[in-house]
Design a protein around this ligand. Sequence first.
Ligand code: MG
Length: 368
Amino acid sequence: MKIKHISVFQIDLPLEHPYWLAGGRLKFEVLDATLVKIETDGGWIGWGEGTPWGHTYVPAHGPGIRAGIETMAPFLIGLDPRQVLDVERAMDLALPGHLYAKSPIDMACWDIAGQVAGLPIADLMGGGSRTPQPIASSVGAKTIEETRAVMERYRARGYIAHSVKIGGDVERDIGRIRDVEALRKPNEIVLYDVNRGWTRQQALRVMRATEDLSVMFEQPAESLDDIAALSGKHAAPVSVDESLVTLQDAARIARDGLAEVFGIKLNRVGGLTKAARMRDIALAHGIDMFVMATGGSVLADTEALHLAATIPDANCHAVWACQDMLTVDIAAGRGPRNIKGHLHLPEDPGLGVHPDEDVLGDPVATYR
Ligand code: MG
């Protein structure tokens, strides 16, 4: 089996509500999505998606995905898509770095491999849990009152897990955490996501001032060096996502005890093949996980769900999904959808959901 065609599509995915990172630092209104269709000589078709959370969130660029695929495509035509490690090496040789450009190719190859094997991707990876995964909401808001309102909006949709954005203002952050905790329901999972929005002194002030609440913080400072400098000076569990990019990052975090949780962002780390190694490092070191797409349609959410299903239930807190935040649906309600705040693993072989091509329009590029 050989890769014959790679077609690349672009679509804008508008957010239903404008979205701010911690403290109103960055505003997002539309996501630039790249969908990739891989066709083989035997007629198998796989789909992948790469959708960064805008251009300003982390070093991942929508148009950069398309440019990266243009560079890598000549090295991929003719490879067997089921040999995901060969495809991974070919991409790494053709274009060092730029992991976010590789994830849609990796995803489409896993989709084909699963279809050929007659298995959902999670089962092909070794076995997928059928326990429904809680979806973490994304509560981006400027004021404490807005945070309260956004959480209520998600609760009304059944969500029990929430990623509450904080960062940028010490007193407001302490107030926001106390407000959310006072209203938190007994079964709810809440992660306070700083999105790198604190300096070291700000981090220590908030983390120490809220020690009585026993809450968890994500990415409390800019870099792994900053997070290492905080380590041992506060009592809170820490999740790292934006600074978890390479396998070397994962090894350092595990070895140096920088975090108790990995937030694995599939587009950020380069796809399922690379993320599976991070999962194994985490499991070997007593580190739990959140799994997320970074952004995008139900396809990206489904990819995250497959990885989450390969993690023992006790070690996977939630998946973060973007589908309920968008006004455009490229798969007309198909695939895993929010049911009482949870996603259920699809039983179809491969990824389990494909987009409607008429919604995507013509490809912006086809390589053959
Ligand atoms: Mg985060």
